[in-house]
Design a protein around this ligand. Structure first.
Ligand SMILES: Cc1cc2nc3c(=O)[nH]c(=O)nc-3n(C[C@H](O)[C@H](O)[C@H](O)COP(=O)(O)OP(=O)(O)OC[C@H]3O[C@@H](n4cnc5c(N)ncnc54)[C@H](O)[C@@H]3O)c2cc1C
Length: 282
């Protein structure tokens, strides 16, 4: 069930540049060229870059990216939002007004250089989960980024009967990629069939009227989420969860999952859920 009938988000600016070569940079970074920039709101934008042929990652991982500022790299952790199988990279970014990186990064344009770390990392990997039937991807804000990579990864569809993508935001305009998820992914010649059969998308808004409302922990605990999607109630035997969002969302959702008897997974011991912070509150 996708939400094709919901109000669509309107791009505020889209620009595309011709494919440019990726330049090598010494050490653990390489220089990627910006290919397109899309401003969703005054607090949120996304951009694509060239991808170094040697840069491999798994869907759900993050790397360090940034800019050269006064001759030194200024880097922050960013999840790849693109599929690991395409030859460009995509990032979804907050704009923090006084943020050291994003006060600058929000002004990137096609052809600009962005530094990309060569060592991807992260816990949002299916290997860290026990085998299951339904994979819940629970995101707030820019926590959607790693899940945009996962829902564009055909391998994930072969591991679960259903994939549920829940994106919680304060405002409707912050529901980035809604049109892509609702309309473009189901038509994708490569994974469209799997998306139509298996992907359930549940955008939810907390601070203005919308067809679906409520915070993720409450939707899970009350059973509203599974009920509205036509799924069985949460069951630690077959349901698996990936969480990426604000510190408050992660803490509250973890508490709900623990009540359901779920345990956090990691590389050495897979579990029912895994967590990645969408950012660190300083
Ligand atoms: C594992 C990991 C993955 C990350 N992936 C992404 C990503 O894909 N996209 C992204 O935009 N950011 C992501 N971040 C956050 C990112 O690393 C930076 O914090 C962000 O780019 C802001 O950088 P800054 O230097 O402008 O401000 P900072 O000094 O880093 O942050 C200033 C303050 O802004 C707030 N803030 C920072 N990032 C966010 C955010 N994403 N959403 C809401 N508030 C925020 C926090 O309160 C923070 O204390 C990730 C962080 C981690 C730890």
């Amino acid at each position: 069930m996708t939400q094709a009938n919901l109000q669509q988000s309107t791009p505020t600016a889209v620009a595309r540049a011709p494919r440019a070569a990726t330049r090598a940079s010494p050490g653990n970074l390489y220089e990627a060229k910006v290919l397109s920039v899309h401003h969703w709101t005054d607090r949120l934008f996304s951009f694509t870059t060239t991808r170094d042929a040697g840069f491999r990652f798994h869907s759900g991982q993050f790397t360090m990216i940034g800019l050269d500022v006064d001759g030194r790299p200024l880097l922050r952790a960013y999840s790849m939002a693109s599929s690991p199988y395409v030859d460009t990279l995509e990032f979804l970014s907050i704009k923090v007004p006084d943020g050291a990186l994003t006060s600058r990064l929000q002004h990137v344009q096609c052809g600009d250089t962005v530094l990309v770390g060569r060592k991807p990392s992260g816990t949002l990997l299916v290997e860290n989960l026990l085998p299951g039937r339904v994979l819940y991807l629970l995101a707030t804000g820019t926590g959607l980024a790693p899940f945009m990579s996962i829902v564009r990864d055909p391998e994930v569809y072969s591991l679960f009967e259903k994939i549920v993508l829940v994106h919680g935001c304060r405002r409707v305009a912050e529901l980035a990629y809604r049109q892509l998820i609702d309309e473009e992914l189901p038509r994708d010649p490569w994974i469209g069939g799997a998306v139509i059969d298996r992907l359930l998308y549940y955008p939810t808004v907390t601070r203005e009227p919308f067809v679906q409302q409520g915070r993720i922990p409450g939707l899970l605990e009350s059973g509203e989420l599974s009920r509205r999607l036509g799924l069985a109630p949460i069951d630690r035997g077959g349901d698996r969860f990936m969480l990426c969002g604000s510190p408050a969302m992660l803490a509250d959702t973890r508490a709900v999952l623990e009540k359901f008897g779920c345990a956090e997974g990691n590389m050495s011991r897979p579990g029912q859920y895994v967590i990645e912070r969408a950012f660190v509150d300083k």
